[in-house]
Design a protein around this ligand. Structure first.
Ligand code: BES
Ligand code: ZN
Ligand code: ZN
Length: 481
């Protein structure tokens, strides 16, 4: 599909549909403006976010249809992202060929490009006869728009969709090895250095915690490292993005009930998110050193699986009693975080579908944010806010670690009950970051959409990729610490 910036009078555009925001939309000429005003007065069109009204043969326009897009009181970045994606999906569903989106000016051109690409996402195809038809052409009319911002938006949108495609792929087609192979080829194509550690390399590193999760599966684990090391890096900071990549989580011997297991192919969303983010960072040529570590394993029950009560030793030397094999994400991240610290991380951010408890606390509205560093968490929250990705900070008192202090071992991988599950998981992770400024994103409630939205089908949401890319682009000066 071809998305382009276009300049010229809206009334003259020959297109199948002209999408137009009901707040801050540019004038379309007296006749249509009056028609829209009367529809609003009668209450037929309310302009609520997500509302879509199609007018045929609008007066004075060359466009065959006018697509009125509700956006609430006024247009902001978050609304532009949603409306552009919704317009693309609506046009595609109706088999239009050409869509034009009218914006008042160039301010939101980047999110508009992101939104169009996001809206055109196609899930991996498994259904026979499933032939969705992409649009031939999308034009964005945004007077004064900067072409570089538009290009950046397309790159970021494509990276978000890359994350979504990985998450939506069933686990029979995406185990740790397939995931690592994919990341290796796509990472290299994006200009990243790639290193893939296999089982024996992980044994040599003493990654006993990560390996304990992989033991039950016939599919071997991988730890993938991607590096973006620009010659023109602006400072000495070296951020590591660490992702939980459990390609399928059965719970292991602490087996999940069937209903809870159904969606567990998305338990690698943290790794897919970090991969999407670093791909965009490389393709955008951001002047900041960033690496990525993806812990890829499959959590299965079998005769070789780790048993509840087994004690394993993590890469940093700490011993862990695995009281629940379903609390496997923290075991994977423990070693990945230790490895990142040893490789010289000055800052750490991890993303993981870590706990069911985060959905209980925050639903699918906010990402759970847990951190040992106020500046880093504030930067992520503020960055997310500019584009409508919500992060909510949860407390990190040391008291929350108590239930995981071991009797036979240094740590247990779960507390005695379900209380504060998201926080206790984060306190466990904190034991592996030393004093490095670190933020943990629990995306278990937000990475997968149970129901479709106007701009997305059900399935992977791709959440956090756009925030992470922006957080690196606007990395606080002097963050080298
Ligand atoms: N992958 C799950 C968390 C999860 C649950 C993600 C629901 C997405 C939707 C994780 O590995 C897990 O099972 N966590 C347990 C931890 C518990 C055993 C301490 C949980 O949340 O129940
Ligand atoms: Zn689990
Ligand atoms: Zn899991």
């Amino acid at each position: 599909m071809n998305i382009r910036l276009h300049d010229g009078p809206l009334a003259d555009l020959e297109t199948d549909a002209l999408a137009w925001p009901l707040a801050n939309g540019p004038s379309l000429g007296q006749a249509v403006d009056a028609q829209v005003a009367s529809m609003r007065e009668s209450g037929e069109v309310r302009g609520k976010p997500g509302e879509l009204t199609l007018l045929h043969e609008p007066k004075g326009l060359q466009s065959r249809r006018l697509m009125l897009m509700g956006v609430g009181e006024s247009l902001d970045a978050s609304q532009v992202f949603s409306l552009t994606g919704q317009a693309v999906r609506a046009a595609q569903k109706r088999r239009f060929k050409r869509l034009t989106i009218a914006l008042p000016d160039g301010e939101f051109v980047r999110v508009a490009a992101e939104g169009c690409v996001y809206g055109s996402y196609e899930r991996p195809k498994y259904k026979s006869g499933d032939a969705s038809v992409p649009l031939d052409e999308i034009l964005i009319v945004a007077p004064g728009a900067v072409a570089a911002s538009f290009d950046a938006g397309q790159i970021v949108g494509e990276s978000v969709n890359l994350t979504r495609r990985l998450v939506d792929t069933p686990a029979n087609d995406l185990g740790p090895v397939e995931f690592a192979d994919m990341v290796e080829s796509m990472g290299k194509a994006a200009g990243l250095e790639v290193e893939v550690l296999d089982e024996s390399a992980l044994e040599a590193l003493g990654a006993g915690s990560l390996l304990s999760v992989a033991r039950g599966s016939v599919r071997p684990p991988r730890l993938v490292r991607l590096t973006w090391n620009p010659a023109h890096a602006v400072d000495e900071s070296h951020l590591f993005l660490v992702g939980k990549g459990v390609t399928f989580d059965t719970g292991g011997l602490s087996l999940k009930p069937a209903k809870s297991m159904e969606s567990m192919k998305y338990d690698m969303a943290g790794a897919a998110t970090m991969f999407g983010a670093i791909t965009a960072i490389a393709r955008l040529g951001i002047s900041q050193r960033v690496s990525c570590l993806l812990g890829l394993v499959e959590n299965m029950p079998s005769g070789s699986a780790t048993r509840p009560g087994d004690i394993v030793q993590a890469m940093n030397g700490k011993t862990i009693e695995v009281v629940n094999t379903d609390a496997e994400g923290r075991l994977v991240l423990a070693d990945a975080l230790t490895h990142a610290v040893r490789l010289g991380a000055t800052h750490l951010i991890d993303a993981a579908t870590l706990t069911g408890a985060v959905s209980v606390a925050l639903g699918s509205v906010n990402i759970g944010l847990l951190s040992n560093d106020e500046a880093l968490s504030a930067h992520l929250t503020a960055t997310g806010q500019t584009i409508g990705e919500n992060f909510w900070s949860l407390p990190m008192n040391d008291d929350y670690l108590e239930p995981m202090k071991g009797d036979l071992s240094d740590l247990r991988n779960a507390g005695a009950d379900r209380k504060a599950g998201t926080i206790t998981a984060a306190k466990f992770l904190e034991q592996f970051v030393d004093a490095t400024p670190w933020a943990h994103l629990d995306i278990a409630g937000t990475a997968n959409l149970d129901k479709g939205l106007p701009n997305a089908p059900k399935g992977a949401s791709g959440i956090a990729v756009r925030t992470l890319v922006r957080a690196v682009e606007s990395w606080p000066k002097g963050a080298a610490g």
